[in-house]
Ligand binder design. Sequence first.
Ligand code: SIN
Length: 363
Amino acid sequence: MLTDFTTKPSFDIERVPHILILGMGGTIAGLAANPLDRPLEYEAGKVAITTLLSQIESAIPKGVALVSRQLANINSRNLLEAQMSALGYAVREALANSMVIGVVITHGTDTMEEVGAFLQLTCGKYSQTLGKRVILTGAMLPANAPTADGPSNLLDAIRWAASSIDDCPGGVFAVINGRACMAIDLAKRHATALNALVQDSPSSSAHLINPSWLSGVKAIEAAWEGDLPIPGGQEWPWVEILTSHAGARPQTIEQWLSADVKGLVLAGTGMGGFHDAWIEPLQRAVSQGIALVRASRTGGGVTLADIPEKDLLGCLPSGILNAPKARIALQLALNAEIQAKLSGKPLTWQDFFARIVDLPEIR
Ligand code: SIN
């Protein structure tokens, strides 16, 4: 077995084809004080990636070399935008390295969907072009729980990143709870269930690829023309999510008009509509140059243009993206507009955002 879990560069192993494992923390690296009786009372991000790998060492497929790097060890609810940038740069660097055949990222599940969208939109084309897979994984139970799901999730992710799933192209995926999906399809839909993340995402078995899912993946990858730039750590445009609800007040919008916020994602009711009390202050927001996107707070389905009412001028629907993913997409689109202007291209955030929302859906 070619395995070296050192976080320090180990030059021999780095000179053979290997999978790079990037540790970000999360429950997969969590520890409970009383794992037998109270496994859900735990602290995330306590166990080093080297330890997680040594626990599954005997099951790692023969001949697969692994190199690990601990990028962070946090509870992902505290994830910073600068940490996302660092992760994006690390993934791009790994993809560019001819000795890296794939990348596995262990991550907290709470914000894995945001990171999945971020990686798809900034590294999806690059990984696809190089034929390498970037795989996100995590766990719902801490590492010392008697039925911890982390070890099998990590092993499945390593197998998926290695070349054993022959027909699957390069790209950004998530492998968790025996399922595999495109990382942009992830959504955490349950607080505690082991299948919290891919509960109703279009997905495949992690062990036997589903051909109709695979053709959907290929259609999305063909439609994704090129990656968006990774914002520098301090350059992420400020975008907030506001949820519409019974009794919504205009002040909820008005208070942002004097802030330096660059965009608002409205998590609307039903098909992504919002309370009439918001119409007038949102019109003011648009006229001030604040970018507006509408999503649905329901957690499923698609938000479409001019449904349920005609959109405010300049406001875009989020398509299949839920509010947290739409927020990341809007931040990347706003940043892409800034970068385009710097290189003399007259593209707007709406041009970039529409490219994301127009991607085909896996059915
Ligand atoms: C986290 O997101 O870091 C904690 C929750 C989890 O990983 O399931």
